[in-house]
Design a protein around this ligand. Structure first.
Ligand code: ADP
Length: 367
């Protein structure tokens, strides 16, 4: 006897998504079951194309179906899983009239306690890395005092797309949409903006850009705890924030302030990234130039997820300067692995927030 569809669904109801800790049927991730003789194919819809635990789900589905077959005395041939992905937003919350970007499923801020720790590097690679998995991604350079996205995406010699009326058209490059003030205003001009001017500039970039439909809009914030993060939380429903830091004590103290700032603004912290965590020389020896593991300890103390460590890679700096982020993902070296793991962990944390209906409300009261 072959397994019936009912048996297969019963088996799938015992498989828990390893991150969401609920079963695949309850999570509405099972989109169909095909049987061909004794062979079974299960269609699973992931909550992100950059699913960090695809292999685990595949393995658990096969184990559950084989175990069910044994229990009911059925014969089962091959067991396959075919994946599709549908990034879910957090229900209707955050999609009301007061959301200026209703077609953007998730807005994710990338912040840091201080400059120079690799915040823009993380934002750019996160955007490009998620897009490589098939997600539609936008990158907003909100670092209006020191926009680096222009260089990191290689936009210097690319003409700015013509606006339509007062709507800005984003750059379309490396598989993402991008907008940066660096291509609109001379950098020294933006440097003197404070309070309302910074607020207005950021607001226009965020809401007057034709982003279209996006799964993820990654926002590279200015370093520290200034006006722009406040504007962002008032303006858009954020799914969460990623905090980037380097491992030395003085940098961690600043990162702590950044985490606290997001928490005070009611923004869910998706996790911390430790950048420049070590350096491996040509001799194969690893040097912990700024120390190592400090961010992991701090993440544990603060009870926020650790999203990944990125070592110091000369290649990363070279590709950033050359405006070629896709080159970071080429080949199967450590850099590509570290960045891909980071993207998957961020996507996983976003899925958890989406399925629990968590979205930071766009209104807040500041005392
Ligand atoms: P921030 O946005 O925090 O000011 P950036 O992302 O602009 O920092 O990074 C500062 C500089 O450090 C850039 O030149 C970038 O290429 C380089 N950089 C960042 N992270 C790394 C890394 N892991 N390895 C090598 N260079 C890095």
């Amino acid at each position: 006897m072959a397994l019936t569809e009912k048996h297969i669904y019963e088996a799938l109801a015992t498989v828990k998504d390893p991150e969401l800790h609920r079963d695949l049927v309850a999570l509405r991730m099972v989109k169909g079951v095909d049987t061909d003789g004794d062979d079974v194919t299960v269609k699973i819809e992931l909550t992100t194309p950059a699913c960090p635990l695809k292999e685990t789900i595949e393995r658990d589905v096969e184990a559950a179906i084989r175990s069910k077959a044994e229990t009911v005395g059925a014969v089962v041939g091959s067991v396959g899983v075919s994946f599709t992905a549908n990034v879910r937003s957090a229900g209707d919350r955050g999609r009301g009239a007061d959301n200026p970007l209703p077609d953007v499923k998730h807005v994710v801020a990338v912040g840091a306690g201080k400059g120079g720790v690799g915040k823009s590097t993380v934002a750019v690679n996160l955007a490009v890395g998620l897009a490589r998995h098939g997600a539609s991604v936008g990158l907003l350079d909100g670092d209006i005092y020191g926009p680096s996205v222009k260089t990191m995406l290689g936009l210097d010699n690319i003409p700015t797309p013509k606006p339509r009326g007062n709507i800005l058209m984003p750059f379309e490059i490396h598989g993402i949409k991008a907008m940066t003030i660096g291509k609109l205003v001379p950098t020294d001009k933006a440097l003197i903006w404070r309070g309302p001017m910074a607020h207005n500039a950021f607001k226009q970039l965020a809401t007057q850009t034709d982003w279209g439909q996006l799964d993820y809009l990654i926002v590279d914030l200015p370093p520290g705890t200034g006006d722009v993060p406040l504007t962002l939380t008032q303006l858009l429903p954020l799914t969460g924030a990623v905090v980037v830091c380097t491992p030395q004590k003085v940098a961690l103290e600043d990162a702590l302030r950044a985490v606290k700032m997001f928490q005070q603004l009611g923004v869910s912290v998706l996790g911390m990234v430790e950048n420049m965590s070590c350096f491996t020389g040509d001799d194969g020896k690893t040097y912990d130039i700024f120390g190592r593991g400090g961010a992991t300890e701090m993440a544990q103390e603060l009870d926020v997820p650790m999203l990944g460590e990125i070592a110091i890679h000369m290649k990363l700096r070279v590709n950033c300067d050359a405006g070629d982020p896709l080159a970071n993902f080429a080949g199967d070296g450590t850099l590509a692995e570290e960045l891909d793991r980071l993207c998957k962990n961020v996507a996983g944390q976003i899925s958890i927030r989406a399925l629990s209906g968590e979205h930071t409300q766009p209104t807040l009261s500041v005392t």
